[in-house]
Design a protein. Structure first.
Length: 459
């Protein structure tokens, strides 16, 4: 029943619906939303509009509070076939490691405390022995918040207002329009470009060296390839030149490949790069390394203290979660438990196993909505992603799902926007493609339910 004048605020606050919302969301936010919506109701009433009844009013309040208290970081089902998806958090994290983190991180942890001396310790040096073992190196290891900041910190430490020599063919742009020249500018290093886009020889580096030169930089082209009439100076050549000219060599490795299999066989690993012995290597923790967002700096001992004394390091350092997660992951690597490195597990999943799962899901979708969808098993290709192996396709069995009734465009939007968990998939040939290379087994029931709901809604 509609009222002919608005409710009073005090009356609304003592209704059971309001008391329940105040308990669930807290007094301040519940009162704020009730007050704001009541003001809108009053404004509408003053302009001749009707007053909502209490049930409708509190339904609006409840929806608004749900929006306020919905965490903006939500689970997404990735059915695109792109494993390291930059827009979806890059490397998925290990459930096993996250469970272990919940057993430790709610408490105080010895991140900057030395229990032997009872003095303040160094957070990087605490994890160094583990990562030196993992990388099979005697170089020091420093962790910052991503690879771009790792490179910026290195350049700022050793090349501030001095020249860093780099090939024009390696002035790459990574995701989000971040470019190597801009990173260098932020570090206050002076960019000295050599060679051309497609051809840079070791003599180009050597001819550019002068009294202002501080570093020789090589950047791994992880997200594109140059083919045809091309040439590049190898890391081995640049390291040898650095030794002759008494200049430090930095290799921005980027992807951070540690375990070699499938696509990764054509790439050098961290271990192989370190054997070439550049003075400093930087790489990401959340690409092919398979961890959370972080940037590694693996650096010769005689240079590491200069980095640690740079005030920028405090601004770029990571917290206890990153140290804990990366350390746990390092131990899984050392044990050979590669299935716990989720990215590696997805890359290495057997194609036959993925096809078996696809066939089962095909049968379930057909069984629930056979007259609405045409479902076919297809041999599709996925990608490693994340700026890794740009021209390498990885087998990704997929279901091609066409609507016998209704619109493919509407179906894609329904999968993406309806319900709590969006499903991202590919659209081509007027059909939806669900890739199994990037699907977790627990995703499948959610997919079935969404297809059921769309079929029911369209009928």
């Amino acid at each position: 029943m509609k009222k002919n004048h608005p409710y009073k605020m005090d009356y609304l606050l003592h209704r059971k619906e309001a008391l329940d919302l105040r308990e669930k969301y807290g007094d301040d936010q519940a009162k704020r939303v009730i007050r704001e919506l009541l003001e809108k109701v009053k404004e509408k009433w003053l302009n001749g509009g009707d007053i909502l009844d209490e049930a409708d009013f509190f339904e609006l309040v409840s929806k608004k509070l749900e929006e306020v208290f919905k965490n903006p970081i939500q689970r997404v089902i990735n059915a695109t076939g792109v494993i390291i998806h930059t827009n979806l958090g890059r490397a998925p994290l290990s459930r096993k490691i996250l469970i272990r983190s919940a057993e430790v991180l709610p408490y105080y942890v010895e991140i900057e405390w030395d229990k032997e001396s009872k003095e303040r310790g160094n957070r990087d040096k605490k994890i160094e022995p583990l990562f030196k073992t993992l990388f099979k190196t005697d170089k020091d290891v420093i962790v910052v918040n991503n690879c771009a900041s790792a490179l910026m910190l290195v350049l700022n430490t050793f090349s501030k207002r001095k020249e860093t020599v780099v090939s024009r063919g390696e002035l790459v742009e990574i995701g989000g329009k971040f470019r190597i020249p801009e990173v260098m500018l932020s570090s206050q290093a002076i960019l000295r470009e050599v060679g051309t886009t497609n051809r840079t020889s070791i003599s180009d580096y050597e001819n550019a060296i002068n009294e202002k030169t501080a570093l020789l930089l090589k950047v791994h082209r992880s997200n594109f390839e140059i083919v045809g009439f091309s040439e590049e100076a190898t890391l081995e050549e640049i390291v040898e030149l650095g030794k002759r000219k008494n200049l430090s060599v930095v290799f921005d490795f980027g992807t951070g490949l540690l375990f070699k299999k499938n696509a990764s066989k054509k790439e050098k690993s961290i271990e192989e790069i370190l054997k070439i012995n550049p003075d400093i290597v930087t790489f990401s923790g959340d690409k092919l390394f398979g961890g959370c967002q972080a940037g590694f700096i693996v650096v010769k001992k005689e240079l590491s203290e200069k980095i640690r004394k740079n005030n920028l390091l405090r601004a770029l350092r990571v917290d206890k979660f990153v140290y804990f997660y990366l350390s746990e992951m390092a131990m899984e690597y050392l044990k050979g438990n590669f299935e716990e490195i989720t990215v590696l597990d997805l890359i290495c999943k057997d194609e036959k196993y993925l096809k078996e799962r696809a066939i089962k899901l095909k049968e379930k979708i057909e069984c629930s909505s056979e007259d609405f969808y045409k479902v076919e098993l297809k041999d599709e290709e996925g990608r490693v992603g994340g700026g890794s192996f740009p021209n390498y396709a990885i087998a990704s069995p997929a279901l091609k799902i066409s609507c016998k009734k209704g619109s493919t465009t509407k179906l894609e939007k329904f999968l993406r926007t309806n319900g709590e968990i969006p499903i991202l998939c590919n659209v081509k040939e007027n059909a939806i493609f669900i890739h199994f290379r990037t699907l977790f087994e627990e995703d499948e029931e959610i997919i079935i339910e969404k297809f059921k709901k769309f079929a029911g809604g369209e009928k």
